[in-house]
Design a protein around this ligand. Structure first.
Ligand SMILES: [Zn+2]
Length: 282
């Protein structure tokens, strides 16, 4: 996507400034909100971050001012918590997780045994952090996007409460999060490629939600999505105006890797599911 120049106020992302507006931070925003941590008793559980070490969920906090924390995100959290969020809300919420986890990467040491290099010094994806910061700002109205949500949002619902589960994959800028009776898969930056243009994916989604499904079916769907993005390169025709980003046509999509069952199997294993090859792959 190249460098993004915008009219958003530039500020240093530090531990002292609000991650949204850049004003002095006098609160901390929990990346995984308190209600969620309480519900699933996550506070002292470990999560594996990009440098492959574990931190506690309660340690995943980012600096915020009172207004952004309590008002802006407070209202959004209420919608997520009560399952009243629409796709735009879900995408904005996923942006916070995606951006916040990447921001934590700039604070955390890449290798705790050899301090000096932060995780973000190692993972430099075309200044993806700066890109994510712009998407994040859609919540304040300072930045707009078309389509809105800019990314693909897939929602799944269950009659029974399910266990908490969270997967964040940097390569595909995607988030998988199960909140109990509702589960979201969000591709934060894909211009709705997965939802609207990726052949086979939308058909899969529609076929899953048209019948009874289990967590395994959803994980398998996510594995296929991640595998799809591993196999293809895409670019989005966009115009960037400084105050917003708009996709102005279909994505260009190119298959760059042949069928690789081992890779797919590895993704499934990472997600904790077993794939039985019945040639569901193309
Ligand atoms: Zn703020």
């Amino acid at each position: 996507m190249g460098g993004i120049k915008s009219e958003l106020i530039e500020f240093d992302l530090t531990k002292e400034n609000c991650f949204v507006c850049g004003k002095p931070a006098d609160t901390v925003e929990h990346l995984f909100p308190k209600w969620l941590q309480n519900k699933f008793n996550l506070w002292d559980q470990d999560i594996t971050v990009s440098n492959q070490t574990n931190v506690k969920y309660r340690q995943l906090i980012i600096p915020a001012c009172k207004k952004c924390n309590n008002v802006t995100y407070g209202q959004l959290e209420q919608k997520i918590k009560s399952n009243k969020a629409d796709e735009k809300d879900i995408w904005r919420w996923a942006n916070k997780l995606h951006f916040g986890l990447r921001l934590k990467d700039t604070f955390l040491e890449a290798d705790r045994k050899n301090p000096g290099k932060k995780i973000s010094d190692i993972y430099e994806l075309n200044d993806a952090l700066e890109q994510s910061r712009h998407y994040l700002h859609c919540i304040t109205g300072e930045f707009s996007c078309y389509p809105d949500p800019f990314g693909s949002v897939f929602k799944f619902e269950f009659e029974e409460e399910q266990s908490f589960n969270f997967i964040h994959i940097l390569q595909s800028s995607s988030i998988y999060i199960c909140l109990g009776k509702v589960l979201y898969i969000v591709f934060v930056t894909d211009g709705q490629l997965m939802k609207k243009e990726a052949s086979g994916i939308i058909e899969d989604y529609n076929s899953i939600i048209s019948k009874d499904y289990k967590i395994q079916d959803v994980l398998f769907f996510y594995a296929k999505c991640v595998y799809y993005l591993e196999q293809h390169k895409y670019s989005n025709p966009i115009v960037f105006s400084g105050k917003g980003i708009a996709k102005i046509g279909s994505s260009t999509l190119r298959k760059t890797k042949p069928l690789d069952k081992e890779m797919f199997n590895a993704i499934c294993e990472r997600f904790g599911i077993t794939w039985i090859d019945e040639s569901t792959l193309k």
